[in-house]
Design a protein around this ligand. Structure first.
Ligand SMILES: Nc1ncnc2c1ncn2[C@@H]1O[C@H](COP(=O)(O)OS(=O)(=O)O)[C@@H](OP(=O)(O)O)[C@H]1O
Ligand SMILES: Nc1ncnc2c1ncn2[C@@H]1O[C@H](COP(=O)(O)OP(=O)(O)O)[C@@H](O)[C@H]1O
Length: 217
């Protein structure tokens, strides 16, 4: 890649590859990328979907904005440049998890379309499922699970998404969830149905969990 700062970097290939890891896991490495306003339901959904997938015997890992910002990305705040770098790093981390054969669920506002597309571009086709967690700003503000909208309205938090910073909704997400109207369990069922319908989950995993799904549209 042209933007690598160092010369003399030579890729080192191991002997265990992604295919072998995936064969053991009985599913592909996959990124499920949740995007939406604060309070739209990204964290809640990713936790619930991870619970469901783990119940089927899938290997999963959840990457959540608030958590990652206490560690790997603790040097980043919420300026446009910092958000771009936040999502660039998460795109790379998600790529590592795919290579590990793990279903990774990312819950970041990821407000810029271009950055989400950059994260997608690191994945093979079909290995990146963008989920638009859609709830109207007014509802997110009513929910205000962490009291951040109130702080943002009072001016205590600058650059707050939806109030004083932009959010660019996906144009063609693989899954569009209306969390303003539908319950959490309906949304999780929609997600699982999408994964089954599109061949991400083997029938044997689903059968082992004793679950049945309506996979129609
Ligand atoms: N200014 C501002 N704007 C938006 N959100 C803010 C801000 N300051 C702090 N928070 C809290 O940080 C969480 C969003 O972090 P992300 O890493 O997902 O943001 S981004 O993708 O870089 O835009 C977000 O979490 P969620 O509510 O889960 O979305 C907030 O808890
Ligand atoms: N269908 C739904 N999916 C996800 N969350 C929902 C849904 N309906 C209501 N909620 C509620 O909305 C809030 C979403 O908060 P959270 O998951 O922290 O959002 P985000 O991670 O996008 O900031 C929670 O209080 C959750 O219980």
């Amino acid at each position: 890649m042209s933007d690598i700062k160092s010369d003399n970097i030579v890729w080192h290939q191991g002997s265990v590859d992604r295919k072998r890891r995936e064969a053991i896991n009985r599913h592909r490495g996959l990124t499920i990328w949740f995007t939406g306003l604060s309070g739209s339901g990204k964290s809640t959904l990713s936790v619930a979907l991870e619970e469901r997938l783990t119940g089927m015997g899938c290997r999963t890992y959840r990457l959540d904005g608030d958590n990652i910002r206490t560690g790997l990305n603790r040097d980043l705040a919420f300026s446009p440049d910092d958000r771009i770098e936040n999502i660039r790093r998460i795109g790379e981390v998600a790529s590592l998890f795919r290579d590990a054969g793990i279903i990774n669920l990312t819950a970041f506002i990821s407000p810029y379309r271009r950055d989400r597309e950059m994260a997608r571009a690191l994945a093979d086709e079909h290995d990146f499922v963008e989920v638009f967690v859609d709830a109207p700003l007014e509802l997110c503000e009513q929910r205000d699970p962490k009291g951040l909208y109130a702080k943002a309205r009072s001016g205590a938090i600058p650059n707050f998404t939806g109030i004083s910073a932009p959010y660019e909704p996906p144009e063609q997400p693989e899954v569009h969830l209306d969390t303003g109207t539908n319950s959490l369990s309906v949304c999780v069922d929609q997600l699982v149905a999408f994964l089954v319908r599109n061949g991400y989950l083997e029938q044997s995993l689903i059968a082992a969990a004793g679950q049945t799904f309506e996979t129609g549209a």
